[in-house]
Design a protein around this ligand. Structure first.
Ligand code: PRP
Ligand code: MN
Ligand code: MG
Length: 192
């Protein structure tokens, strides 16, 4: 177990089993179609990589990069598009893939933005849902796990750019992020 983590919330095996189920459900729902799977960098990359390999339908992949958190564990509420899609999604079936819906600000912004581009359909798939912190309601079509209000890292989820590579989803020790935020001299966000 990683030194900065309190305990494992979801093991690699639990995640893999649930991702397979989501893959089957999505494959059934999109039978006969070829959706564009859109991953939101960077948090969604590991989930998306596993999810698309659990699908039995053809897909195309694209990515957007947005950031709302910066160097804090709190959402700033400001969403910035750092990288846009390469596809014109007009008329396409789009499946947005996210690692987590927390306040909902990121997905709400992305959903409204993508809807203005005229997709044939737009659905949302998140691995984790933390309903305790929701500030805006977002319709989530596929969700892996509902989790408690704890700061989690691993399987793509970071704190200050770290821990994304951990295979399990773990709860971060409170002292790791409180110590950082009490320190006014902490380095500025480097885009992580
Ligand atoms: C995190 C996470 C989601 C979003 C969820 O991304 O990956 O995209 O925040 O929070 P919300 O529901 O409160 O908006 P972050 O901005 O940290 O960027 P990252 O994916 O590059 O880590
Ligand atoms: Mn993210
Ligand atoms: Mg992050």
């Amino acid at each position: 177990m990683h030194n900065d983590t309190e305990r494992v919330l979801l093991t690699e095996q639990e995640i893999a089993a649930r991702v397979r189920q989501l893959g089957e459900e999505i494959s059934r729902d999109y039978a006969g179609k070829e959706p564009l799977v859109v991953g939101i960098l960077k948090g969604a990359v590991i989930f998306m990589a596993d999810l698309v390999r659990c699908l039995s339908i053809p897909v195309r992949m694209d990515f957007m990069a947005v950031s709302s958190y910066g160097a804090s564990s709190q959402s700033s509420g400001v969403v910035r598009i750092l990288k846009d899609l390469e596809h014109n999604i007009g008329g396409m079936d789009v499946l947005l893939v996210e690692d987590i819906v927390d306040t909902g600000l990121t997905l709400n912004y992305l959903r409204e933005n993508l809807l203005t581009r005229g997709p044939a359909s737009l659905k949302i798939c998140t691995l984790l849902d933390k309903p305790g912190r929701r500030r805006v309601n977002v319709p989530v079509d596929y969700n892996g796990f509902i989790i408690p209000d704890e700061f989690v890292v691993g399987y793509g989820l970071d704190y200050n750019g770290r821990y994304r590579h951990l295979r399990d989803i773990m709860i971060l020790k409170r002292e790791v992020y409180t110590a950082k935020e009490d320190n006014e001299n902490c380095p500025a966000d480097d885009g992580s």
